[in-house]
Write a protein that binds this ligand. Structure first.
Ligand SMILES: *[C@@H]1O[C@H](CO)[C@@H](O)[C@H](O)[C@H]1NC(C)=O
Ligand SMILES: *[C@@H]1O[C@H](CO)[C@@H](O)[C@H](O)[C@H]1NC(C)=O
Ligand SMILES: *[C@@H]1O[C@H](CO)[C@@H](O)[C@H](O)[C@H]1NC(C)=O
Length: 457
């Protein structure tokens, strides 16, 4: 879509890639092909959403990056562009903590509130390629509530070696495998009319998700940005994905998730099917669940454990009964930021790892300043009750630190009929089944109850 395209790197309407010897500028062309390459093109592959149109926004190809270039890029023609697929973010060097600045934050907020005629722009974000030494909750773009952040799985179901993990990742798609062989890469369009079999990284994962979301919009143009997240949570699958480090677990309403893959691999068929009959989710509310602001020392051995008991604003207009995103806004300093480890457990017992060890991050000055750590793992849960925050050090040398703020931000709805049904089925299954049988049956139960709910609508 030439009309919706723009070049913010050189301020003109023609986002042509500049030739470089390392083919650095092939990135956008490769991502675009994954989404929109024509069906039966006889050159290479097919776009996930081959009826879609793609607009090119060139914005990374200058020696500096500014807030205004980012903001302009993600708010370019929000009534024409439905989905923004972003395979970029702060440096993945395992020691950066960075996120959107003022203008870009405002652009994202405007996008979800006003884009697409008020249904909200869909922002798809690559969770980052920093590997196990990085944590995508330190990337404020990927961990934003307004973006759907996507991690990679590889062809044999394992994690990619470049995968970062964090509690804000919503789902995964497939990207290149561990071996550098042609079959293990992603096939897509390349520069100069060519084709590549080697597109890679979470950069290649996010556009696949953008394609799947385009299919969902093709099936139901009324989906809001939050509907898209609900559909992702409900239809993504564990399948054969396996994570050597983090177990798959079920949250308080029975939804299965993993710290690395989110709710699993996207299932385009299931998502489109559910999208067709989907009823827009109810209004969203925001409640400050509580806040601790007195400085508390983090012990060098052992850990600091804090609790907050909340009624989730019950009785007030902004009561949140069914969670979507949860943010823990944290201010903390320490003699070594990379050795900090932070977990948070919901009243229904779901533990989110908000921050893992980052061995390369030796910051001792900045720490985290009102940083919004986000988790999607308590999706659908009842937030009322006691939340537990655990902060400790996991490095080799003893460290010191002070936690100065923990504010619990709850976001979600007051009604969500489908969740009640899932919980009921989950609990009756729990009561009836033996533990081994349970695992196999639960997915079916959730799926059956969803089916019956949607066939009623
Ligand atoms: C396109 O692909 C062909 C065949 O692999 C190759 O010979 C050619 O050099 C490529 N063109 C460019 C511009 O890289
Ligand atoms: C952290 O903050 C406390 C209280 O403000 C201060 O005493 C301490 O020196 C700080 N530690 C680091 C590592 O900056
Ligand atoms: C956080 O959870 C992880 C995984 O269960 C665990 O290994 C770690 O010790 C926990 N850290 C703290 C500070 O509780």
């Amino acid at each position: 879509n030439a009309q919706a395209s723009y070049d913010f790197s050189s301020n003109d309407p023609y986002p042509y890639p500049r030739y470089t010897d390392d083919w650095f500028n092939s990135h956008g062309t490769r991502c675009a092909g994954e989404v929109s390459a024509a069906a039966n093109n006889n050159i290479c592959g097919v776009g996930v959403a081959y009826n879609s149109k793609v607009a090119g926004i060139r914005m990374l190809d200058q020696p500096f990056m500014t807030d205004i270039i980012e903001a302009s890029s993600i708010s370019h023609m929000p009534q024409v562009i439905d989905i923004y697929s972003a395979s970029w973010g702060p440096t993945d060097n395992g020691k950066t903590v960075d996120g959107p600045r003022e203008l870009t934050l405002q652009a994202m907020a405007d996008g979800v509130n006003k884009g697409r005629g008020g249904k909200g722009s869909i922002y798809v974000w690559a969770s980052g390629d920093g590997g196990s030494y990085d944590d995508c909750n330190c990337d404020g773009y990927a961990s934003s509530m307004w973006t759907i952040s996507i991690n990679s799985a590889i062809n044999d179901g394992r994690t990619a070696l470049y995968d970062e993990s964090c509690s804000s990742t919503l789902a995964s798609t497939f990207s290149n495998g561990r071996k550098r062989n042609p079959e293990a890469g992603v096939a897509t369009t390349d520069l100069y009319g060519n084709c590549t079999l080697r597109h890679s990284g979470t950069s290649a994962a996010a556009p696949e998700a953008a394609g799947v979301f385009a299919l969902a919009l093709e099936a139901n143009v009324d989906l809001t940005w939050r509907d898209m997240q609900h559909l992702t949570v409900l239809t993504s699958k564990r399948n054969q994905l396996h994570d050597e480090v983090h177990q798959w677990r079920r949250n308080g309403v029975g939804l299965e998730f993993n710290h690395l893959f989110g709710y699993g691999v996207l299932d385009a068929g299931a998502m489109v099917k559910m999208a067709k009959d989907w009823k827009t989710v109810p209004e969203r509310f925001h409640c400050v669940g509580g806040s601790i602001q007195e400085p508390r020392k983090i012990p060098s051995n052992g850990k600091l454990v804090l609790t907050l008991t909340t009624d989730a604003c019950e009785g007030k207009e902004n009561f949140v009964r069914y969670l979507e995103h949860v943010q823990a806004v944290i201010t903390v300093n320490s003699t070594r930021r990379g050795d900090l480890n932070i977990n948070m457990t919901s009243p229904m017992g779901t533990k989110s790892i908000l921050l893992s060890r980052r061995p390369r991050d030796d910051d001792s000055k900045v720490g985290f300043d009102k940083w919004p750590f986000m988790t999607t793992h308590s999706w659908g849960e009842d937030p009322r009750g006691t939340w537990v925050l655990e902060v400790g050090f996991v490095g080799i040398m003893p460290q010191k630190g002070v936690l100065k703020e923990w504010t619990l931000m709850l976001h979600g709805t007051q009604s969500a009929p489908y969740i009640d049904q899932i919980v009921k089925d989950y609990q009756s299954k729990l009561a009836m089944s033996k533990k081994e049988e349970l695992e196999e049956e639960l997915d079916e139960a959730v799926e059956r109850s969803l089916k019956s709910i949607f066939s009623k609508n």
